[in-house]
Design a protein around this ligand. Sequence first.
Ligand code: ADP
Length: 531
Amino acid sequence: MRRDDGSATQTGTAHTEAVPTEPAAATAPRRGPEAVRAVLPPACREVGQLWIDGEWRPASTGATFDTIDPTTGRHLYTVAAASTADVDAAVDAARRASARWWAMDGQDRARILRRIADALRAHAPQLGLLDTLDAGRPIRDTQTRDVERAARIFEFFAGVTDRLRGANIPGQPGFVNLTRYEPYGVVGAIIPWNYPMTNVATKVAPALATGNGVVLKPAEQTPLSALLIAQVAHDAGLPPGLLNVVNGPGDETGRAIVAHPGIPKISFTGSTEVGRLIGRTCGESLKSVTLELGGKTANVVFPDADLAAAADAAVFTAFMNQGQTCTAGTRLLLHDSIADEFITLVRDRMATIEVGDPLRPETQIGPVVSEAQFDRVKSYLSAGLDDGARLLVGGARPAGAPDAGFFVAPALFVDVEPTMRIAREEIFGPVLSVLRFGDEDEAIALANGTPYGLAAAIWTSDVGRVHRFAERAEAGIVWANTVHTLHPGSPYGGYKQSGVGAEMGIEAVTHLMRLKSIWIGTEPWRSPWVG
Ligand code: ADP
């Protein structure tokens, strides 16, 4: 297994002094507004502010919104909601800052991005706490894997900053033809709530590495960790204006970003429905757009697989982060000959999952993010039953979970047909659907048989089958005998309704920069009209 939680370097440099790095004292409240207040930057200790041009400020309209702790269902914090005028200010700051940033030596940009990575690690306890309180994601993941992944994303893109290059194309004699990548200037980044801090890093690090300034809108369910990241990045030396955090509702603040004439590039991660809306707006104004959207990943198990490992992975991929993962393996496709045995293995493994308060270090699954998401999951549980699937286990409130939180016990549906809603639509909750197949062709047809195409996974010991599957899968990511293996150096993007363009990897550069072709005549000009 790949280790996400590699050794973290703690840097107590002067660059991190504005935000304390010590974990909150044992007596500090671990939950509620006081716990948030104890770790946010001082300017955000009454209300979470907007971060624009290297300064904290309230919304120009004074508008705010509330975030809820999904473990308790209670109010967690109040945060400023950016208006169109605030988005204007952020765009203006990003445009000015990006011009200065792009004029710097690439190695100086790289050094700052590396410092940000170290500073994120140094703030792991605080960042992890904020995401656990805001999103309900278990603290065992937020304070370790998530921070480490965010830091590594910054480190990977720090390595890109001084390696950007163009080409010299030897086409026509008498001319030198050069290509040059240039930043868009301002990238509008809109992110969802499922992995708040890694979503920030995924959008911000590559945009900064390619010379852009960023106007970032976190999801309204999880606005908090981005505020701390803004301060931490600033204290690590990121010049003002390059990262602007404008929290606010999607259909107001998000819409203002997408429609803004000063933002030539939009990078969005979220639902296919909103992605389609954003793509339409960008199409009308002919704006470049990268879309990372939903998924309905098939996890296909053949009889020659290591069944114990495959069952363990099937449970992990379906239920990690409460199933709120774009690449979650929510369709388990089993060969007829092993289906019954495998379902028993999955069921036994599910019985060992620790569900409960995400602040407990042993918890593996917390609540879903919001009441709306809870209702959505419940509606799909009903849809599964109405359509004739059999709920083998789960779906109710887990025993011992906090009373008012949005908890759903991991659910396993069998007797699922490919036409059922639970087999076709993205639920984004802890619901796993089992389908059966007779041979490889049928497995591939089923795997490809939804409108989505983000990821596909296969379990088999037949290497030829792995290659055939990888080639025929209509998906941007294929995993064989593994799931959820990701790396900042590897591109991530979807086919079909799962997205447009890829992020991460060196390929991200081509999505975040414009390409210019430069022709230089080396001989005296001769008009084609003469002679
Ligand atoms: P989910 O369904 O998982 O909440 P969404 O696609 O609704 O995902 O939201 C993802 C992000 O898109 C959030 O930051 C949200 O505020 C934002 N958003 C929602 N609607 C719009 C919109 N019309 N324009 C721009 N951003 C939006």
